[in-house]
Write a protein that binds this ligand. Structure first.
Ligand code: ADP
Ligand code: ZN
Length: 206
């Protein structure tokens, strides 16, 4: 659902695991707002410059120009007050101040479209997205495809060893997993696709 038609402020959140199409959906909605001749600004956190410093980029390589901010507070500084629609990608890297910033913008009549991970590598709610869900007018949960079994996947499985909450990465470091296949934290090495040839090399014994 999208409802970029009215003239009051609101918050729309798109959440789900990595690879579930959050960025694609955010870009689709922002394009529609542009077609409706709304003034649009798009922001992404400085921490995430994996594919581009000046664009938000989906895993399917769909792109849209964006401005980089070090945290949510900077959105207010970089905002042109004529802007009507504000897009925020990777909300989970924006910090807790995004909650106040999004509310403030919506209260002042802006349409705020936010995309982000709702759970972390342990499967826990990933702040500030859960708080934003509670405050939003519209919520969309996107699911990916489980890389183990093909079922709908709501989890982001970390494939590399680290206990840090934030390890920025994409394919190879994370994959989508369903509830049944998800292993909080780091999975057992023998279950990893890329580890198999190393662990079970022909002639390496059992
Ligand atoms: P997100 O922002 O949620 O990480 P993106 O919008 O960047 O997702 O990417 C979605 C695209 O990723 C899909 O359209 C598809 O081309 C690709 N993709 C790669 N792996 C998967 C997966 N396991 N499940 C679904 N889509 C995947
Ligand atoms: Zn599965």
């Amino acid at each position: 659902m999208d409802f970029v038609t009215g003239n009051i402020g609101w918050i729309e959140v798109i959440c789900g695991p990595m690879f579930s199409g959050k960025s694609e959906e955010l870009i689709r909605r922002l394009r529609r707002a542009m077609i409706a001749r709304k003034r649009v600004q798009v922001f992404k956190p400085a921490i995430d410059t994996r594919y581009s410093a000046t664009e938000i980029v989906s895993h399917g390589d769909i792109r849209m120009k964006s401005e980089v901010v070090s945290g949510a507070g900077e959105i207010l500084k970089k905002m042109d007050w004529r802007t009507q629609v504000i897009g925020v990608d990777e909300a989970n890297f924006m910090g807790p101040e995004l909650i106040d910033v999004a509310n403030q913008l919506a209260d002042s009549g802006k349409q705020v479209l936010i995309s982000g991970l709702d759970t972390d590598y342990m499967g826990r709610p990933f702040s500030p997205v859960p708080e934003l869900l509670a405050l939003a007018e519209s919520i969309t949960k996107t699911l990916a495809i489980c890389m183990r079994c093909g079922n709908p996947a709501k989890h982001t499985q970390r494939l590399v060893e680290s206990n840090d909450l934030i390890v920025v990465g994409a394919a190879g470091m994370y994959e989508a997993r369903c509830r049944r296949c998800f292993e909080p934290g780091i999975p057992r090495q023998e279950l990893l696709e890329f580890a198999r040839p190393i662990l079970k090399r022909p002639g390496a014994g059992t």
